[in-house]
Design a protein around this ligand. Structure first.
Ligand code: FES
Length: 115
């Protein structure tokens, strides 16, 4: 089973093992309490689930034109940027860094969690 390591901008690491080819990164994050924004609810209509895939990028499904268009709306987009809701996990381990913008959206969606 592939291991997913989420790292958020606050330095929190969350490691989970998942069944391959079942869920996307946003679904996995939500299931395990990882702070990943999801302003559109995971339908590729925003860029709030923007993540940096630091390891295992090539094991993810190819980016669609729609994802590319949405990602263009993101901040500090890099060659290893993806939208979490569009990345169904494959067979390989992944290291996924949550972006500042994604964490910010998560806090906007969960104002009670602000310090
Ligand atoms: Fe909106 Fe992923 S949650 S594009």
């Amino acid at each position: 089973m592939p291991k997913i390591t989420f790292i958020d901008p606050e330095g929190t690491r969350t490691e989970v093992e998942v069944r391959p080819r079942q869920d996307d990164l946003l679904e996995i994050a939500e299931e395990h309490g990882v702070k990943m924004g999801s302003a559109c609810g995971g339908v590729c209509a925003c860029s709030s689930c923007h993540v940096y895939v630091r390891q295992g990028l090539s094991s993810l499904p190819e980016m669609t034109d729609k994802e590319e268009d949405r990602l263009d709306m993101g901040f500090d987009v890099r060659p290893y940027s993806r939208l979490g809701c569009q990345c169904v996990v494959g067979e390989q381990d992944l290291v996924v860094e949550i972006t500042h913008e994604s964490l910010q959206v998560w806090f906007n969606e969960h104002p009670d969690q602000r310090r």
